[in-house]
Design a protein around this ligand. Structure first.
Ligand SMILES: Nc1nc2c(c(=O)[nH]1)N[C@H]1C(S)=C(S)[C@@H](COP(=O)(O)OP(=O)(O)OC[C@H]3O[C@@H](n4cnc5c(=O)[nH]c(N)nc54)[C@H](O)[C@@H]3O)O[C@H]1N2
Ligand SMILES: Nc1nc2c(c(=O)[nH]1)N[C@H]1C(S)=C(S)[C@@H](COP(=O)(O)OP(=O)(O)OC[C@H]3O[C@@H](n4cnc5c(=O)[nH]c(N)nc54)[C@H](O)[C@@H]3O)O[C@H]1N2
Ligand code: SF4
Ligand SMILES: [Mo]
Length: 748
């Protein structure tokens, strides 16, 4: 028997979904052997789900890459870090020399919001490459919300979240937090918070074409036809305005465009939208009246309201309803969080506003949004030549698997294979990273520090937590922050330079700006003296210290004694509670008018498209997705502990549709869409409404050259192969991943 040399616990914030639960890891001999919820965590108070509990298996997955891979004579072989970064510099140089940054691109995936490195370095990387070709998971996800908030409030990152713990009435549209644990609404134990809402006498309404676990918990489930939410929400707003129920209250003084809303929404009566939504007009009126009557209420829309043809309009209407019922920015309504490491509030007043389409994508002319181009256009930006400029010849991919997560993986697969050079920062050799010439694997999460830069700005309670690596880096491992810093240097042709210089440059630039800013607590001070005062063991910690100290609760480098710094978080390993959300209007507004612009021009210009949808016949089979509690997009299928049981890639079909189509339970069904066809076993269930089938995403692990053995043994089908990448929400460039037409037939 081996002797136990080290047995202890360590804290780690879970990086596996947006709930950010605090975990207590059991560490033996430098390995994580167990994980439970941290009861003392100021925010999650002991909650853990099966994914968090499997942290040890995730960390120890034998298929995780242990060393960089470099392609040589067509084959990927293990290499040293020096060789790998030299290969990056050598691979990028000819592309940059010949075509410049415009022939390069950056792809950022979802886990970047779950790593500190993903928050701190991508912008530097894009700057170093000098490219405008940025593609992120946002355009497969929440970009419609960024756009609607950008237009309404002037800041695409000012996203109001439902004040879950205080609301009396919650309308959930296209979200299933009992499986997803919430998104754009960071709330550990979302399920418990919903149950608490009902216990205190509040009501929960769920709009979803499937009777999800969340819908089953609700007071009312509205099984809408997919893609019709913008119509439903528009009709609800219409009812509020028409019946004199609209009363923004204190907010009125901060509104622009309220008077124009009734005319803009005139046609969207409950009767007019009912056929497209398949929701009867009486129900629509009740939904609106309930919202107006509730003492406080919040409307919350997620994936099912975003990744649809009218995603931005639906996202906008979610907030319009909140505003019209006086629920924006008040306790119990929808409120703007204020994260500890965010910019400190500035005096209210006109801002720079939010612009869309400052440039266009080269091939299809999609408007730029937030500096990004649609992920659905990535393949064509690589494989299609135009007179407008160079196709992308070199790609840097960080924590993304677009071959499975974006439309038409087969085309993207071919496009990636045709690149001159590609580098992936990814722990796995998977469907996307297998195309890379250099793969740079980050360490397992227990070896990484954690702070939620992005998700704290979406949290239902203001709080801050930081966890240092639970176990030291194994020999041969490199922190992801160092990987990305070295990548920045390699792009600049200096693969051997000191990565600390990258962080030092950011610190120096940030402090240089802060001391010149009259609103900053450090205005007029000496930036070098401030830099010397920073604490932290490495560049990441010093940058966190800097952001905390300059942030809304910070110590301002002595200007606000007792304020936050890295030291405070280290002294409070279970986190620092910063209280419930507080009203932030008008300070949060950055529109040119300095007010909430209720009917911004791009939205008004998109309304005719919604009016057309009133007249489109609603028939034919459409497909929606679904998430499973024990999965996470494409990359947790490799863990035996998290697969099997109900977590399978089956096609949910309503019994009546199955009977009509001659489909038997468990038999293979061929599903055809505009981009191709896939086959999946039928699971006959009345949890989907008629006319709708459901297939989860992130499956399709059957491509050669990957190294995810467990996932490949039960590969499932890639639902996104049914899409050809042409269906987008035009305002946000977000791919339509829900409610698209398919045809079904029994296979074999
Ligand atoms: N049909 C359909 N498609 C969808 C969706 C849907 O609902 N339906 N959902 C969409 C949504 S919401 C999203 S966010 C996207 C996600 O799209 P992606 O971000 O492309 O997909 P993920 O599966 O999250 O891939 C994450 C990648 O990061 C790697 N990774 C994991 N941990 C780390 C880490 O610590 N560091 C680094 N560098 N890499 C890491 C994984 O190995 C994996 O390769 O998918 C979208 N696609
Ligand atoms: N367990 C688990 N948790 C996750 C993830 C995961 O893969 N697994 N992924 C994470 C990510 S990246 C994200 S973005 C979040 C997403 O978080 P959620 O948005 O809560 O996740 P989904 O389960 O996709 O819920 C979307 C719901 O919308 C419904 N829907 C589909 N089309 C329509 C429509 O047209 N109208 C309406 N009203 N509803 C519709 C679907 O049936 C589904 O139930 O989850 C995160 N958390
Ligand atoms: S709910 Fe999310 S953050 Fe919490 S343990 Fe589960 S996966 Fe981790
Ligand atoms: Mo997502």
């Amino acid at each position: 028997m081996s002797e136990v040399i080290d047995s202890r616990t360590a804290l780690r914030i879970c990086p596996l979904c947006e709930a950010t639960c605090g975990l207590v890891l059991t560490v033996r001999d430098g390995r994580v052997t167990g994980a439970r919820g941290d009861r003392e965590d100021v925010f999650s108070e002991g909650f853990v789900c099966p994914k968090g509990a499997a942290f040890g298996q995730l960390d120890a997955d034998p298929d995780r890459l242990r060393a960089p891979l470099v392609r040589e004579d067509g084959e990927l072989r293990e290499a040293t870090w020096e060789e790998a970064f030299a290969a990056v510099a050598a691979g990028l140089a000819p592309v940059l020399e010949r075509h410049g940054g415009a022939a390069t691109g950056v792809v950022l995936g979802n886990p970047n919001v779950h790593t500190m490195a993903g928050a701190l370095y991508p912008r530097l990387l894009i700057g170093a490459l000098g490219t405008g070709n940025l593609f992120t998971a946002s355009t497969l996800d929440q970009m419609p919300k960024h756009v609607s908030c950008g237009l309404l409030y002037g800041d695409p990152n000012a996203i109001p979240v439902p004040d879950l713990d205080r609301t009396d009435h919650l309308l959930l549209v296209g979200a299933n937090p009992l499986e997803s644990n919430g998104s754009l609404c960071t709330a550990p134990d979302f399920p418990g918070r919903l149950k608490a809402l009902r216990r205190r006498g509040g009501t929960l309404t769920v709009v979803d074409p499937r009777r999800t676990r969340t819908a089953a918990l609700a007071d009312r489930h509205v099984a809408i036809r997919p893609g019709a939410d913008a119509l439903l929400l528009a009709a609800m707003a219409h009812v509020l305005l028409d019946e004199g129920l609209a009363d923004p209250g204190d907010l009125t003084a901060h509104l622009e465009g309220l008077d124009e809303l009734p005319e803009a929404l005139r046609e969207f009566t409950p009767e007019a939208v009912a056929p497209a939504c398949d929701v009867d007009p009486g129900t629509i009126r009740e939904l609106a009246r309930e919202l107006a009557a509730a003492p406080t209420a919040a409307v919350y829309g997620r994936i099912g309201s975003c990744t649809v043809p009218h995603g931005t309009l639906a996202s906008w209407l979610v907030d319009v309803l909140t505003v019209l019922t006086g629920n924006l920015d008040r306790p119990g309504g929808a409120m703007f969080p204020l994260a500890a490491a965010s910019r400190a509030p500035r005096p209210a007043g006109p801002g720079r506003g939010f612009d869309l389409g400052r440039r266009r994508s080269r091939v299809s002319g999609h408007p730029e949004v937030k500096g990004e181009l649609p992920m659905a256009a990535l393949a064509e930006e690589i494989d299609t030549a135009t007179d407008e400029g160079e196709p992308i010849r070199a790609l840097v991919v960080v924590a993304a698997n677009p071959v499975l997560s974006a439309p038409d993986g087969d085309r993207l697969d071919r496009a990636l294979a045709s690149l001159d050079f590609m580098v992936s920062v990814d722990p796995y050799l998977n469907e996307t990273s297998r195309h890379a010439d250099v793969v740079l694997p980050p360490p397992p999460p227990a070896q990484s520090p954690h702070h939620d830069f992005a998700l704290n700005a979406l949290a239902v309670r203001n709080q801050a937590r930081y966890t240092r690596p639970a176990v030291p880096l194994e020999p041969g491992r490199m922190a992801e922050s160092e990987i990305l810093a070295r990548l920045v240097l390699a792009v600049g042709g200096k693969p051997g330079a000191d990565p600390a210089t990258v962080d030092a440059a950011v610190v120096s630039r940030t402090l240089g700006q802060a001391v010149r800013d009259p609103h900053s607590p450090v205005h007029g001070r000496d930036p070098e003296e401030l830099a010397a005062a920073l604490t932290g063991e490495d560049g990441v910690e010093r940058r966190l210290d800097l952001m905390l100290r300059l942030g809304p609760y910070g110590d301002g480098f002595g200007a606000r004694p007792g304020g936050l710094s890295l030291g405070t978080l280290l002294d409070h390993p279970h986190g620092v509670d910063l209280g419930p959300l507080r009203p932030r209007v008008p300070e949060v507004l950055r529109t040119r008018s300095g007010r909430i612009e209720l009917l911004p021009r791009p939205i008004a210009d998109d309304l005719p498209r919604l009016r057309e949808a009133l007249r489109r016949p609603a028939d034919g089979m459409v497909l929606v997705g679904r998430r499973h509690l024990r999965a996470n997009n494409s990359w947790l299928h490799n863990l035996p502990a998290l697969t099997g049981g109900s977590n399978r890639c089956t096609l949910h079909v309503h019994p009546e549709d199955a009977a009509l189509l001659g489909i038997a339970d468990g038999t293979p069904v061929r599903v055809k869409g505009a981009g191709g066809e896939v086959t999946a076993p039928a699971e006959i269930t009345d949890t989907v409404r008629r006319g709708v089938v459901s297939l989860p995403h992130g499956w399709g692990h059957d491509r050669p050259g990957t190294r995810t053995r467990h996932a490949s043994a039960d590969p499932g089908a890639n639902v996104n192969q049914l899409l050809d990448g042409t269906l987008l929400d035009p305002l946000s460039g977000t791919a339509v991943l829900n409610g698209f037409p398919v045809t079904l037939s029994p296979a074999g």
